[in-house]
Design a protein. Structure first.
Length: 241
C-alpha cells in the first residue's frame, strides 16, 4: 500500500488549493492517472520563512548510503511508503522524518483488495475525496547526490493502519494531513519525535473518503487516462459500503 495513485490536478490548481508560494522553477508535470514508483511527483515543502512551495521529487526514498545511481534507482520501489508506526526508527526514513517533511497532493489513490475483505482479491479500488478536492497525504523527502554530482530529490508516502470502511479493502492507508496541521508538519524546526508522531494521529482518518471499484486496466503502468478512475459494477454478491 499505496503503490499507485492519480494526479489529475494541474500545478496552478494545487498552488491555489494549498495557498502556496509561486515557484517558477518547479516544472509542470503532465496529468497522470497512473502514477507509479520512481515517477516524478509533486510535493509541497517548506520554503524558508515564506509560504510553502510546490516542488517535484522522484517517488521512492533514496537512502543516503546508496553509492551509485543504479543502486539508488533500483532501491526506490522498496521505499515508496514509510510506516507511521516505525518511521522515526528506520534508517532510510528517520532523518527525513525529523528534518524534511512534505505534503504529497493526490487526486486519489488505488488499492487492491486483499483476501481478508468482502471483495474479490486483487480487485482494484480508487479512493478519493467525497468533495472532489485534492487529498493531502503526509510525506517525507530528501536529497541524494550521485557519484557524478547529480542531485536527486526523492519522497515517500507515509501510511498507517486502515480504518472504517477502508478495512474491507486493504489493511493500510495513507496518513491524511488536515489543513490545520500543514504549518507544523512542514516546519523543519519541529523535530520533537512525539510531537511529530502526534500530528499523524486523527480521530477520523478516513473521514470524507469514498472508494469505488475500477477496471483492472490500472494494473498495467502503460495504461493511462481518466477512464482508469471510472467506477465499474462488481458481480451481484459484492456490494460497496
Amino acid at each position: 500500500m499505496c503503490g499507485r495513485y492519480a494526479m489529475a490536478t494541474g500545478a496552478e490548481e494545487i498552488v491555489d488549493f494549498f495557498k502556496l508560494d509561486s515557484n517558477a522553477d518547479a516544472p509542470s508535470l503532465p496529468l497522470n492517472w497512473n502514477v507509479a514508483p520512481t515517477n516524478e511527483i509533486y510535493i509541497i515543502k517548506e520554503k524558508g520563512q515564506v509560504r510553502p512551495e510546490l516542488a517535484t521529487a522522484s517517488w521512492g526514498m533514496i537512502a543516503p548510503w546508496q553509492k551509485s545511481l543504479t543502486d539508488a534507482r533500483s532501491s526506490q520501489s522498496h521505499a515508496i511508503n514509510a510506516r507511521s508506526e516505525s518511521i522515526h526508527e528506520k534508517p532510510t526514513f528517520r532523518d527525513a522524518f525529523r528534518r524534511t517533511r512534505c505534503l504529497i497532493p493526490v487526486t486519489g489513490y488505488y488499492e487492491w483488495a486483499t483476501a481478508l475483505g468482502d471483495y474479490p482479491p486483487k480487485q482494484p479500488f480508487y479512493i478519493t475525496s467525497e468533495s472532489g478536492a485534492p487529498l493531502s497525504i503526509a510525506g517525507i523527502w530528501s536529497s541524494w547526490i550521485s557519484e557524478t554530482g547529480e542531485v536527486i530529490e526523492s519522497a515517500s508516502i507515509i501510511t498507517r493502519e486502515a480504518v472504517a470502511q477502508l478495512v474491507d479493502i486493504h489493511s493500510r492507508m495513507p496518513v491524511m494531513m488536515g489543513p490545520e496541521k500543514w504549518g507544523d508538519w512542514l516546519d523543519s524546526e519541529n523535530r520533537d519525535i512525539e510531537f511529530l508522531r502526534s500530528l499523524m494521529q486523527s480521530s477520523a482518518p478516513a473521514a470524507g473518503l469514498v472508494a469505488r471499484p475500477v477496471s483492472p486496466r490500472v494494473n498495467l503502468v502503460a495504461n493511462n487516462g481518466a477512464e482508469l478512475i471510472k467506477e465499474i459494477k462488481l458481480g451481484s454478491p459484492e456490494t460497496l459500503f
